[in-house]
Write a protein that binds this ligand. Structure first.
Ligand code: PLP
Length: 427
């Protein structure tokens, strides 16, 4: 039996029995592309959590709230009424109409429901089909780093070249025009914009987005904008990239229901793009997914109809936790850019004398608190950990007590005093 991940990109020799036999013997059981993908740092770390008890997990990036009850009820009612088959490949027209109104109302950008909106199985699928529709082999995609774990794999699986563009705490982890310019080559096809950011919690200011827009215009680039956390901002404005002058035509806007409506398990997201791009993306979607989950689409319709108050309630509660976290992390003495969006904070653990991986492993072992090592989000996250505050206020408070105890113990052992410094967000 051949081994997994072999083959190394060879192709079958054209002739010669011996060559073909030798090729078959060397060939792996699975695709050679697979062996080039990085393994998920988050998954490796989560394996350490398996079976752990008395643990407080601030590791998983999903809302701790259940889906608002009326949304679940609407989906159950739809199923009982017989809506259990496929929908149109694009998704229910009624939902696309509601989504179109939602985007126009919130961001002033209009997408035509019949041809410019597509419902997908989460933003996960939206990312995959968008990359596959836009990229030819060798096309480069600029991606802010640290960034979400799926970005590199989706670019690579589409045959593209992932080009990380490091972002820094000094710049509030925003993507700057200068940093982008340094990474542009003749092969650059697109920028994958990802704000509010997982893992840093950074939100791009309008000025910073205008810098990105200028680059996109000057170099004729597409922008795939993952705005899954658009509703989760605290004292900051989320600017939809497609709403900037001239950007609607070169943007593939991705959004979803997982985070804003606490619907991760329903698997529903969307793509909004000009008709020719959307048609190309739909062409792939129709073969790999057929249509987004039907019950989830009825649920989303109800979410648009009646869940605004629920969303606002969740935002207020995340903000309350965020403020607790910022205050406590500053007291503990870890440098951190104040997160203004999503539900993540990304402190540096350098003052403790450990990198993020060692910090997370020791914290788990000694204090039973799980956070994710920053390296899972790219090389520039090496000295950081990601703390997710989608956990109850009490759990978060207890976890922060434990983190404080851990840091003080480490610093005392090293004979060092805490050296805290909080970078201003969005300088
Ligand atoms: N994009 C970002 C930045 C995310 O953090 C996540 C999930 O954590 C996704 C996309 C995938 O979301 P979905 O549940 O819609 O597939």
């Amino acid at each position: 039996m051949s081994e997994v991940g072999g083959g190394a990109g060879e192709s079958m020799p054209a002739d010669g029995d011996q060559d073909r036999k030798a090729y078959r013997a060397r060939r792996g059981a699975t695709s050679s592309t697979l062996s080039t993908l990085p393994s998920s740092g988050i998954r490796q770390f989560f394996e350490l959590l398996d079976g752990a008890t008395d643990l407080i997990s601030l590791a998983v990036g999903q809302p701790d709230f259940p889906t608002p009850a009326q949304i679940t009820r609407a989906a159950a009612d739809a199923m009982l009424a017989g809506h259990t088959g496929y929908t149109s490949n694009y998704g229910l027209l009624e939902l696309r109409e509601a989504l179109s109104r939602h985007l126009e109302h919130r961001y002033g950008v209009y997408y035509r429901p019949p041809a410019e909106l597509l419902l997908t199985s989460g933003v996960s699928e939206a990312l995959d089909v968008s990359m596959r529709a836009l990229l030819d082999p060798g096309d480069e995609v600029l991606v802010p780093e640290p960034g979400y774990v799926a970005y590199q794999p989706v670019v690579m699986m589409a045959g593209g070249v992932y080009v990380p563009v490091p972002t820094t705490p000094e710049e509030g982890f925003m993507l700057t025009a200068e940093a982008l310019r340094r990474h542009i080559t003749p092969a650059t096809k697109a920028i994958l914009l990802a704000y509010p950011s997982n893992p840093t919690g950074a939100v791009m200011t309008r000025d910073a987005l205008e810098g990105v827009a200028e680059i996109a215009r000057d170099h004729d680039l597409f922008v795939i904008s993952d705005e899954i956390y658009d509703r989760l901002v605290y004292g900051a404005e989320h600017v939809c990239f497609a709403s900037l002058p001239g950007m609607r035509e070169r943007t593939v806007l991705l959004g979803g229901f997982s985070k804003s409506y606490a619907m991760t398990g329903w698997r529903l997201g969307y793509v909004a793009a000009r008709a020719d791009l959307l048609e190309a993306i739909m062409k792939i979607h129709q073969y790999v997914m057929m249509s987004a989950p039907t019950a989830a689409q009825y649920a989303a319709l109800e979410a648009f109809h009646s869940a605004e108050e629920d969303v606002r309630g969740m935002i207020d509660e995340y903000d309350r936790r965020r403020r607790l976290l910022c205050r406590r992390i500053a007291e503990i003495g870890l440098p951190m850019v104040e997160p203004r969006g999503a539900f993540y904070a990304f402190p540096s653990v350098r003052p403790v004398g450990l990198d993020g991986q060692a910090f997370a492993e020791a914290l788990l072992e000694e204090e039973r608190v799980a956070v994710v090592p920053g390296i899972a989000f790219g090389e520039s996250g090496r000295d950081y950990v990601r703390i997710c505050y989608a956990a109850s206020y009490d759990q978060l408070s207890e976890a922060l007590d434990r983190i404080e105890r851990f840091v003080r113990r480490r610093l005392a052992a090293a004979g060092t005093a805490p050296v805290g410094q909080v970078h201003a967000a969005n300088p």
